[in-house]
Every structure is written in C-alpha cells, then in structure tokens.
Design a protein around this ligand. Structure first.
Ligand SMILES: *Cc1c(COP(=O)(O)O)cnc(C)c1O
Length: 431
C-alpha cells in the first residue's frame, strides 16, 4: 500500500519511504492512500502474530513485507495483558511492560527494528535527532541502543524533566548521545526542526527523526488493541470498548484505525488532562490549538494535538460525524489526585496520572449507566511517576525490573546551548 500526506501537497510514498521520512515533505502526516475496509479477523494466538496480521495490508507490496513477522517478533517481545479491575466489566490494558515502562516502547521498538533493516547495506550512518519532554526520548534511546548503522541524539530541556526521566535519557551511552539543553522543550523542538530542514547539513550527516507522528510508530500501536480485542472476544464473545488517555492523539488514533479495520472494538472514549483543546472541539466548539499548561499527567501536556489531522482524514473532514463518534472529556489535576487516592484506598489499584484520567472518565460513564466491557489503556507504570503517585497512596512502589536496571547504570548528558548553531556543531563533530 502507498501513503499520502494529510496536506495533499507531497507525492505518495511507499511504506519504507514513509517510515524513513517521518514527516511528509509538505509538513503533513502520512496516512494510507485508501481508507481501511472493515472485515472479520481471527485471533492468531500471540501479540506478535496479531500484530503481523493487522499490519499486513499496510506492508503489502513493500520491500519490508517479507520481514514483517520477524519485525513484530523482535519489537513486541514483552506482553500487553488485559486485566480485570475490581469494578465489574472494567479492565486495564497494561501497556507498560517494555524497557522504559511506557506504551511508547511499542512504537519506538517497531520503528527502530524497521529503520535498522532499511539501513542494512547503507554505507553511511543514519542519525536520529529527537526532542523530548520526557517519555519519548527514553523509549527511542532504548529502542535504538546498539542498533548498527544508527546514532541517536536526544535533546531535552535541562532541569525540566523528572530526575528519573533525566537518568533514563543519559544512561545508554554507546550510539546514544543525550544533550541537556539550557532552554525549554519548545527550544529543543525548534532546534531539531531546523536540523531536519538543513540540506547542507544533511548532505554531510544523513538525518531522520522518531517523533510521535512517524508512521513507523503510529501503525504498530494498533497491535495491542487488536490483540486485546481478539483475545477478549474469543474468551467472552463480547466486543471491547476503550478509554484512551490522550495527548498528541497518536495512541488513540491507533485504536481508531484498528476499529475502522473491523477489529471487535466498540466505543472509544478519550480522556485528556486540563489541556482541553479536544474536549472543546468534541463538545461543538472550533478546533483551536493553544499553548499547553503543565499538569500531573505531563506526557499529555499538549496544546496542539498533531494527530488530529489523521482523525479528520479518517472521517473525510466531516466534523459532525467525527463529533458523534467519540466521547471526549477533560480531567483536571484535582480529579487525577482523587482517583489515584480513592482507588488505592478502596481496592489497592494503583494508576499513573495519565491512566488515572481514563479511569476517571470511565467512572463518569458508568455513573451515567454506560454498559458493556471496557478497558482503560494504562500508558505508563505508576513507579515512573513516583513523585506524584507515592505521596497520594502513602507508600512506595516497587520499580519494574527493566526500569530498575536502567536507573542503576551511570548517566551522562552533555550541556548544549539553546541555539541551532550549537546542535549543528555537535552533529558535525568527527564527520
Ligand atoms: C505519550 C504519553 C501519552 C499520550 O499519548 P499520545 O499518543 O500523545 O496521545 C499518555 N500517557 C503516557 C504515559 C505517555 O508517555
């Protein structure tokens, strides 16, 4: 299958080309050239096999197609269990069992495995530059660590990520370089954008990116929804409804695409934090991006959700149909704290602040009488956000083994001025 830009001003690309490029050259997002046709699916018996089945139509005809099964086995070598909660019919889909304890490990590992194969036989090293406000950089660094032919440069705002996040970014070494930038996340992102647009630099240092709009991260995120829905249907005969905590809409758009392909998913509800650009639109207002505000669910502090372009594409820009298809609500910090505290006291259940927004929305819908089997996408392990969660529940949390291993390694990040010239000089070092 070929891929086109949501802005219609770029030539169509093969899957391999679209994965390698990240963003389309007109600034749009790559989407499939044809909208998906729903059909019936059979459970294949494992996450990796369900992943390969659901991704197969998109890989059809591409150079990577013969490698799809191996890519899925390599990238999805950790589980995504669906667990029942104490409230009847409610579940969590645990997406935090990867190396950096957040769902971004799925997309980052699939992208890394794909790019490593596309790099094979290339004489020149590929440099991935990525700006992060915390979770993305760690997932990307872990995924590309020691991949031959690839170097990663991660930029993060010095002093504005949590100590655990900073440690994760600096602890890899080898082909991963962490730059702590004396500026904001916006400064980091502007520097990366400038590098990606610098033709003279790219002639000497081939560059790519790995941000959340990359097709190679978006499509594979369908895998765990497909696996959960098919397994749940096989076990119970019921369709699974979803509540997805949402920032840039990447994870949620993967669920929406999986449903459009005919997987047994029912309703999809979206929870944001206090950054309520999406709820305002879905409640009938205009789509009006604004500057983001800081919340307890910081990986969702997004004022301009970039994957909204993909949502509008899927609904053929019919905003009335789009609004009718989703329940979208904002959950503020007070409600996040209340849910984390109460669910722990009542049932011993512990949620990260992002997951808590979705739990709060599910509780609201249940109180309104909504029926059916529901799963909340649990996007990060609560121990990753210990500074928020532990004071609320009054105890310390065990750190997952993979995360503990990273936190034990020594960490190093190089200082970098918040200016493009400084980044450019770093990228050219030794070339
Ligand atoms: C990135 C992130 C989100 C938001 O995901 P989007 O794809 O940007 O909507 C939610 N929770 C956690 C823990 C994250 O790291």
């Amino acid at each position: 299958m070929n891929f086109v830009s949501t802005r219609h001003a770029a030539p169509s690309a093969t899957l391999s080309q679209a994965i390698a490029a990240g963003l389309a050259p007109d600034g749009g997002l790559y989407v499939p050239a044809q909208r998906p046709q729903p059909h019936a699916w059979q459970a294949q018996g494992s996450l990796a096999r369900d992943a390969a089945a659901v991704l197969a139509p998109f890989f059809d005809g591409d150079a990577l197609a013969p490698q799809l099964a191996a890519l899925c086995e390599q990238a999805f070598d950790f589980p995504a269990p669906l667990r029942a909660l104490s409230t009847p019919g409610d579940h969590v889909l645990e997406l935090f069992h990867g190396p950096t304890a957040a769902f971004k490990d799925f997309g980052a590992r699939f992208l890394a495995a794909s790019l490593a194969r596309l790099q094979q036989g290339q004489a020149r090293e590929l440099t991935i530059v990525v700006a992060t406000s915390g979770d993305t950089g760690a997932a990307v660094a872990a995924a590309f660590h020691r991949q031959p032919g690839i170097r990663v440069v991660v930029l993060y705002p010095d002093g504005r990520v949590s100590p655990r996040q900073a440690h994760q970014l600096g602890c890899f070494g080898d082909n991963i370089q962490a730059l702590r930038v004396a500026g904001s996340f916006d400064d980091c992102q502007a520097m990366v954008k400038q590098a990606l647009g610098d033709r003279e630099l790219q002639a000497r240092v081939p560059l790519s990116s790995a941000n959340s709009i990359s097709l190679g991260r978006w499509l594979p995120q369908m895998s765990y929804y497909a696996h959960a829905a098919l397994s749940h249907q096989a076990a119970t005969g019921n369709v699974l409804n979803l509540v997805v905590p949402t920032g840039n809409l990447g994870n949620a758009m993967a669920a929406v695409l999986a449903r459009a392909m005919g997987l047994p998913l029912g309703r999809i509800a979206l929870a944001t934090n206090a950054n309520d650009v999406l709820p305002r639109f879905f409640h009938g207002g205009d789509y009006q991006p604004v500057a983001s505000v800081a919340t307890l669910a910081n990986a969702m502090d997004v004022g301009a959700p970039s994957n909204f372009e993909r949502l509008r594409w899927l609904y053929a820009a019919d905003d009335a149909a789009l609004r009718a298809a989703f329940r979208v609500e904002a959950v503020d910090d007070a409600a996040i704290r209340e849910v984390i505290t109460r669910r722990h006291a009542q049932a011993g259940e512990v949620f990260c602040p992002h997951t808590a927004t979705a739990v709060a929305l599910l509780e609201t819908m249940r109180a309104e009488g909504v029926q059916g089997d529901w799963a909340v996408a649990a996007t990060a392990h609560p121990a990753k956000f210990d500074s928020v969660v532990e004071p609320l529940i009054g105890r310390s949390l065990a750190v997952p083994a993979a995360l503990a291993e990273l936190l034990q390694r020594p960490a190093h990040a190089e200082p970098c001025a918040p200016a493009y010239a400084a980044l450019r000089a770093m990228l050219l070092q030794g070339r």
